[in-house]
Design a protein around this ligand. Structure first.
Ligand code: AMP
Length: 566
């Protein structure tokens, strides 16, 4: 792994994309097939082919335990390094003990041999699985001969290389190394779901032989927000397709023969949670990949998101739950059909081909769509929006009729129109250090509303919405205003450091839920910081009464008559 580490360091050191591509291409060209397949995957941050679903299940604490067993260091040493780097690989690597380099350990680590150990980690199961994983991780670390090797071994294990290399650049590097067209490489990666195999095929000249690989998830195409009530300039001069914006869970359904897989946004197979969808999907003729949204739907009526939550992450779905919260897969896109990959076709044609596929049963259906004329004006658009809301959806999606399917991209081809439920003015009561590039700033804020007896009650935690400059300014302020003698923090505090409750922020959110996690008894879903309210004293923040009334209004809109989830 020495050459891997040197290449990765060199890539990290140059801001030039062309230079990164050249460095990686040179390295890849020199590898044999086994190392080429493994190293290419490592450079994308995922040691496994997307379709293999390999999950290392190695938490930070197991990695630290393995490193401690191999190198024997103190907590204080680790804490100092972690604070400095904010990255486990960079923090642990300097703790490598010279003694281990002298140990008579015959194993040397190359990409293929490291991948073989990672496979064993992913396969570890049963009672002692954590212990087995830790020992295998220790084996990798003991085989590292230098800080550089250790740093990248750990980065590969944690899946965060952080060297400024996106999959797109790895694709460009493969194209450059083996003199192929980058578009051809990209298509082969999407089709086969395995960038390692593509690199090997690119060298051998066998890219055409890589078929659509059902069962390997494709990145989801995402939408950019447009502001409700704005001038809607983004819509002008193009042909659009309007769809309901479902308030469910984005999912990709692969049906091939008898096999049905359903991938979530994190590209995990979640089919076991939705047996009724699997049964109906099996009846679809041929092989297809659908993009869509899983929603809770009963007797033709959409149930609010909180019902669907009762189905999430459940391994055993009781007959009662199936009855109370039935789910539907609403398909809005067709990504592959038989051996044809459709990503480059315009949305309009994909949609038409989708509607010709025969679907039976109650649990897979087409999402309805209509053309949207951009000259129709804001009033007509708002009418269409309200119509979607009345039918229980979150808002509208507007997609360009000629839009290709761009996996993993958020662009202007797809737009989402929704209206926030509300905003609250709250006060920050606790702060936490961020992660990654925010490791050195206090960027995670636990905030509270005012309770009936004037006490501050936590209601959420937010870490997005502010600029780096604002976060830097607040970090300075918070560091000077921590409450060292504060009473032991209560519900909702996690590891937050208590601070003087003086910074008022406005947070927007989509949904309020009842929750035992916070002192207020409520939690906000997707809270985002809209702005810092320097103009507002903490005495004037919103109260628990206001929270209760927003909650009651939300329930009234949803129709409280619906049954409670199990
Ligand atoms: P948001 O969660 O507000 O950022 O909106 C993006 C999400 O909207 C996507 O990830 C999908 O889960 C969801 N969504 C709902 N309806 C659609 C639709 N018709 N087309 C695409 N995405 C949709």
């Amino acid at each position: 792994m020495i050459r891997f580490g040197q290449t990765a360091d060199a890539i990290a050191a140059t801001p030039s994309k062309l230079a990164k591509i050249e460095l990686l291409a040179q390295y890849l060209r020199a590898l044999d097939d086994a190392d080429l397949a493994a190293a290419t995957r490592f450079f994308t941050g995922n040691p496994f082919a997307a379709r293999d679903q390999g999950a290392l299940s190695l938490g930070g604490s197991t990695i630290v335990a393995a490193a401690r067993a191999a190198w024997n260091f103190s907590d204080a040493d680790l804490a100092t390094h972690y604070r400095r780097h904010g990255d486990l690989g960079a923090a642990l690597a300097p703790l490598i003990k010279p003694a281990t380099r002298l140990e008579l350990f015959s194993e040397t680590l190359g990409p293929a041999s490291m991948k073989a150990i990672l496979d064993q980690i992913a396969a570890a199961s049963g009672k002692a699985a954590t212990r087995k994983r830790q020992l295998l991780c220790e084996r990798i670390l003991r085989a590292c001969r230098s800080e550089l090797e250790a740093k990248y071994a750990i980065k590969i294990i944690t899946g965060e290389l952080r060297i400024g290399l996106k999959e797109g650049l790895v694709i460009d590097a493969i194209a450059k190394a083996f003199e192929r067209d980058a578009a051809e490489i990209r298509r082969a990666v999407m089709a086969s779901g395995d960038i390692g195999a593509v690199a090997v095929a690119a060298r051998a000249g066998t890219l055409q032989e890589l078929a659509v690989s059902y069962g390997s998830p494709i990145g989801f195409m995402l939408a950019s927000p447009i502001l409700y009530g704005s001038s809607y300039r983004e819509l002008q001069g193009a042909k659009w397709i309007a769809e309901d914006k479902f308030d469910g869970i984005r999912a990709q359904l692969h049906k091939d023969g008898d096999i049905v897989r359903i991938f979530s946004r994190t590209l995990n197979d979640v089919a076991h949670s939705y047996p009724e969808i699997v049964t109906d999907a099996r009846a679809i003729p041929g092989s297809v990949i659908f993009d869509g949204e899983i929603i809770a739907e009963k007797e033709g009526r959409v149930l609010p998101f909180r019902y669907l939550q009762a189905r999430l992450q459940r391994k055993d779905i009781s007959a009662q739950l199936l009855e109370e919260v039935p789910v539907t897969f609403a398909c809005f896109d067709l990504l592959a059909h038989g051996q044809r990959f459709l990503l480059d076709e315009p949305l309009e044609s994909r949609r038409k081909e989708l509607s010709r596929i025969s679907i039976t049963g109650d649990h897979v259906r087409f999402a309805s769509w209509s053309y949207w004329d951009s000259d129709a004006g804001a009033d007509a658009l708002h009418e269409r929006f309200e119509d979607a809301r009345r039918r229980g959806h979150e808002g509208l999606m507007l997609k360009r009729a000629e839009s290709p399917y761009l996996p993993g991209r958020r662009g202007k081809w797809w737009l989402k129109l929704k209206r926030e439920l509300s905003t609250l003015d709250v006060v920050v009561v606790g702060v936490e250090w961020g992660h990654g590039k925010r490791a050195k700033v206090l960027s995670d804020y636990t905030f509270a509303v005012r309770g009936d007896d004037n006490r501050l009650l936590t209601i959420g935690r937010a870490y997005s919405g502010l600029t780096d400059a604002e976060i830097a300014r607040l970090t300075e302020w918070f560091l000077e205003h921590t409450l060292r003698d504060a009473p032991a923090a209560g519900r909702g505090w996690r590891h937050a450091i208590p601070v003087e409750p003086r910074v008022v922020i406005e947070v927007a959110f989509d949904i309020i839920q009842e929750s035992a996690l916070h002192e207020s008894g409520f939690a906000l879903r997707f809270p985002r910081i809209v702005r810092i309210r320097d103009d507002k004293p903490p005495e004037d923040i919103d109260t628990i009464d206001q929270v209760r009334s927003i909650y009651a209004a939300m329930l009234a809109r949803e129709g409280i008559a619906s049954p409670s989830p199990a």
